[in-house]
Ligand binder design. Structure first.
Ligand code: GTP
Ligand code: MG
Length: 171
């Protein structure tokens, strides 16, 4: 079974298409406040987790929360798609600014799985084309994650590996 090792003090960036199971994975393996979610931040600034027009404010808030947690020496998981290089660069910069190790955990599930799960969630407003775009971006991202500054990169291939994975914290 895949073992996802993370340093005890790290910034863990989940990377995965919408519907890939990031929030489910985060809830299973981390404590509630350890997980900072872009959707939750969108909800806090706009009353609507799906309001994409609130993204700038949401990510501003997310960065603020992450920075303050890292400053306090708390492991923090960023639950957002993180499929673009720019989004990840901000997280790597935050980790470096706080002397914390940036870790990437990639949920590389088939696009069909992610799209079907999304379709089963009414009102999400995310269609198949968006999931496909996320998936393409993720694929292009895979090779370069170490070079972007992630000190540890775990790629979970497929639903079975995501389901079977355990998370181990190392000092
Ligand atoms: P976004 O927040 O839209 O980016 O998606 P996400 O990556 O956080 O996916 P999420 O964890 O919300 O999972 C999407 C849907 O798939 C939810 O309805 C979950 O219940 C379901 N799901 C997640 N993981 C699994 C899994 O391992 N098995 C099954 N059967 N369903 C899952
Ligand atoms: Mg989610």
């Amino acid at each position: 079974t895949p073992v996802v090792t993370v340093p005890e003090l790290s910034l863990v960036a989940l990377v995965g298409a919408s519907g890939s199971g990031k929030s489910t994975f985060a809830a299973r393996h981390f404590a509630p406040y350890e997980v900072v979610s872009s959707d939750a931040c969108r909800g806090m600034v706009s009353n609507d987790e799906d309001d994409q027009s609130a993204s700038a404010d949401a990510f501003g808030l997310l960065g603020e929360i992450v920075a303050r947690r890292l400053r306090r020496g708390l492991l923090t998981v960023v639950d957002a798609t993180n499929v673009t290089r720019d989004s990840r660069a901000q997280l790597v910069a935050l980790a470096r600014a706080h002397d914390v190790l940036p870790v990437a955990v990639v949920l590389d599930v088939p696009v069909s799985v992610a799209a079907e799960r999304q379709a089963a969630r009414p009102g999400r407003g995310i269609d198949r084309r968006v999931v496909q775009r996320h998936h393409d971006q993720l694929r292009r991202s895979l090779r370069g994650l170490e070079r972007e500054g992630f000190r540890v990169v775990h790629v979970l291939h497929g639903v079975d590996e995501v389901d079977a994975a355990t998370v181990v914290r190392e000092r």
